[in-house]
Design a protein around this ligand. Sequence first.
Ligand SMILES: [Zn+2]
Length: 319
Amino acid sequence: MPKRAEKCAVCGCVEKRVTGPEAPGFRATAGDVAFEQPPYHIYECTQCGLLYRDVILSADEFSQYYAAAKYEGWETAGYYPTETAVLSVLRALPPRSRILDFGCSSGRLLAGLLPEYDCHGFEINDEAAAVAAMKGLRMFSLAEIEAGEAGKFAAIVLVDVFEHLSDPVETLRTLTRLLAPDGVLLLVTGNGDAPACRRDPAQFWYFRIIEHVCMLTRRSAEFIAAESGLKLASWQTLSHYKLTLRERLVQRTQDFAYWQFRGRTLLARTVLPFIPLLRRARLAAVAPAYTCSPDHVLAIFRSSLGECGDERAPTRINE
Ligand SMILES: [Zn+2]
């Protein structure tokens, strides 16, 4: 049975704002098992600004979902633009630095850094974890990580993991304890501040994925930094997917038509119904997938323990 999210998973605040109308439910399958997402709203936490879904799968359902999911579904040839951004930060670390990929899937990100770097991983999916180990990552169990037995790391990365976590701050606190004094924590996740998301977060493609229960915002990242003893050093927005020019044009056109019809604009009432390729947007129940905008963020946190007034780590912050 799906459950209601009564409070913000980052700050625990129960005060929230409903960001828009109810979005239709949908179905997701993992292996041969189907999971139902009931109709839902997206809340914005009043205190920290986190965006989160009001009705989510229960903990048991998520366990079944992740156990049945095939990790190959998240694989792609080459790197996603978000992964390329992470790798460029990691490659600036001194050779032999210890790096941990928390939620490493098949080890696709760090495998390319072997053997110059000392690469480690944690992965909840046994099949993917076995592949990562085969590639040469030293794998840790969650118990080893929580007990602090994994040692200290120059960098810890979480790529497309945060949005799945039921208690993200607790996880980040645990990982922060594993950071070396001048270590960095790299978080790649959905950008809740993205203008395309803000038009109606419940309709945004990111929340049409059943296991995505929340989206980070700059304000919630600052809150996490303060709670975890970290400093938000960089906030770089970017697209998760690399699209061709044609794909971008198709997405922008469909998106334009959808929002014109939804806003009942003059164009939607006069011209668009006569353009075959665009008029179908009038019947769409939800917004078309729109992945050609800065829908993700690479947030870099620095261990504040290592601060001595220097500025060794990246400090770029863009919008
Ligand atoms: Zn909050």
